[in-house]
Design a protein around this ligand. Structure first.
Ligand code: DC
Length: 224
């Protein structure tokens, strides 16, 4: 593997990776790869029937997708077959479907190849579940963000409300816990911190404070 410098951020649903990755990528002037958006894009396109497809059928669908990035920092856009991947796939329902198809090895292999191909072309900040452990094991800086399920559900609720989606907190907390369970316990590339990742508990920190911790670590060359 021959990648340009990569920063990885992994962590569970609703921990704030996407917001933080946009801020950090902007500070570092590098492109941001939201790998959750790649899984969501596939889940959104396939619709509710996605969960009943065979591995071979899913492999066939993945083969038709070409991912790319345009721009950099907070303004990076993910493109799939030349089209900007938009916000339409941000619902918790699509997140759950994405989590289900993400357990299928053929899907993981196809998206891992696409993620690595991008990492070979440009310096990246890659965020997801298995960036530091599987996709970019030699990344220069690795972070793992965590927070309690209750805190994450509250953050996700605010996020969904901003998009006009009405969900109640107890339902969302249960959905997030279910998704955690699937992401952490799947056989292939489960969610976990890389041995050399800096683990940051964000439960009692706001975005600026977490960003400060990450920047300090990078400025210290990984030693702080
Ligand atoms: O980060 P997110 O909530 O947008 O991700 C949606 C789902 O996609 C997540 O629950 C599991 C899957 N995913 C994955 O398996 N590996 C990644 N690197 C990113 C996301």
């Amino acid at each position: 593997m021959n990648f340009l410098p990569v920063v990885t951020i992994d962590g569970p649903a609703g921990v704030g990776k996407t917001t933080l990755a946009a801020r950090l990528a902007e500070k570092l002037s590098i492109a941001r790869l939201d790998t959750g958006a790649m899984f969501r894009n596939l889940a959104f396109k396939l619709g509710p029937g996605a969960e009943h497809l065979t591995e071979e059928e899913l492999r066939g669908h993945c083969a038709k997708l070409a991912f790319n990035l345009a721009g950099s920092g907070a303004h990076t856009r993910l493109l799939c077959n030349g089209q900007v991947v938009g916000e339409e796939m941000r619902s918790e329902e699509v997140g759950m479907r994405a989590s289900r198809i993400a357990t299928v090895p053929a899907v993981r292999d196809a998206l891992k190849a696409a993620q690595r191909a991008i990492g070979e072309r440009i310096p990246l900040l890659a965020e997801g579940r298995d960036m530091g452990t599987v996709v970019f094991p030699d990344a220069r800086f690795k972070f793992f963000l965590d927070a309690t399920a209750q805190v994450r559900a509250r953050r996700r609720l605010l996020d969904l409300e901003k998009r006009g989606e009405i969900v109640d907190l107890p339902t969302l907390t249960k959905q997030i816990q279910k998704r955690d369970e699937m992401d952490r316990n799947r056989a292939t590339a489960p969610l976990c911190a890389a041995a050399d990742a800096l683990i940051v508990d964000t439960s009692n920190r706001d975005i600026d404070s977490v960003l400060g911790v990450l920047l300090l670590h990078i400025e210290a060359g990984g030693g702080a």
